[in-house]
Design a protein around this ligand. Structure first.
Ligand code: C5P
Length: 258
């Protein structure tokens, strides 16, 4: 299997940005595994009938079928809120899905919806369900084992990538930063009118849930390199991570850049 760089860490620690930049630099494929959890959070929110109509009226999503069609599940979404448990329904849908469907769906659903705090909070709730985790873990592994010839490996970011999904990853990085700094960075990407307190509280809620869940909690051990970006610019963190990766993976891969 081609080399895997696993980047885990707190919400808004910069792991997504760093994973993307490292992937470009080393000519690796990039997967933001949180987006898979977020897609299923969107499905669950869409089960609450009017959620997208009332929260994102311009998103082009008005009912559960709009999302399930993005996931290539045409006609399989017979959600009937009276007779069916939401989580079981989600798990049944997940069993039908390929990694290709998930990658396509994440390009179809508006980024503002997928990356929103409300979807992030719901993602951290469904991420506690063992069946959801085991299916998504399998799909994330499939991503890394099937990267095209144009890539020399993959960079996968998430919460359990180096602990559960790829325990033998060639390089494991755990990213963090002070809670207030992370909230401030996140606020810069939010629509006008959002307050620092709202963003801070949402981050805290998600971190607590990710740390305390029974299955695959957010954690790291001595096989990781810990990177605290509190006092660093994007450029400084990136330079540090390039060094870490160069020291961890085979020289034949480390010298390649686009
Ligand atoms: O990384 P992102 O903020 O998009 O992830 C959203 C949520 O998905 C996280 O708070 C976490 O609960 C869940 N997640 C996870 N395992 C992963 C990736 C994300 O539990 N590998």
């Amino acid at each position: 299997m081609k080399p895997v760089i696993a980047i885990d860490g707190h919400g808004c620690s910069g792991k997504g940005t760093m994973a993307r930049l490292l992937a470009q630099h080393f000519c690796f494929a990039h997967l933001d595994s949180g987006s898979f959890y977020r897609l299923f959070a969107c499905l669950k929110l869409a089960m609450a009938g009017d959620f997208f109509n009332s929260t994102y009226p311009d998103s082009g999503i008005s009912k559960i079928e709009d999302i399930s069609n993005c996931l290539n599940l045409f006609g399989q979404c017979q959600w009937d809120d009276k007779s069916c448990d939401k989580n079981n329904f989600l798990i049944e849908l997940l069993e039908e899905i390929s990694v290709h469907d998930l990658l396509q769906a994440k390009e179809t659903i508006p980024t503002g919806v997928l990356r929103s705090d409300i979807v992030g909070i719901e993602a951290s709730i469904i991420a506690k369900i063992p069946e959801v985790r085991s299916i998504l873990t399998k799909l994330i592994r499939e991503f890394a084992t099937s990267v095209g010839d144009e890539y020399k490996g993959s960079v996968v970011d998430g919460r359990d990538i180096g602990t559960v999904v790829f325990p033998d990853a060639n390089c494991k990085i755990f990213m963090t930063a002070d809670q207030e700094i992370r909230a401030q960075r996140r606020l810069n990407d939010m629509p006008a009118g959002t307050t620092l307190k709202e963003v801070y509280d949402n981050l805290l809620e998600r971190d607590d849930r990710d740390f305390s869940r029974k299955v695959a909690p957010l954690t790291f051990d001595s096989s990781y390199v810990l990177v605290d970006t509190t006092r660093e610019t994007v450029e400084e963190s990136f330079a540090r991570l390039v060094d870490i990766v160069n020291n961890s993976i085979a020289p034949s891969y480390s010298q390649v850049s686009r």
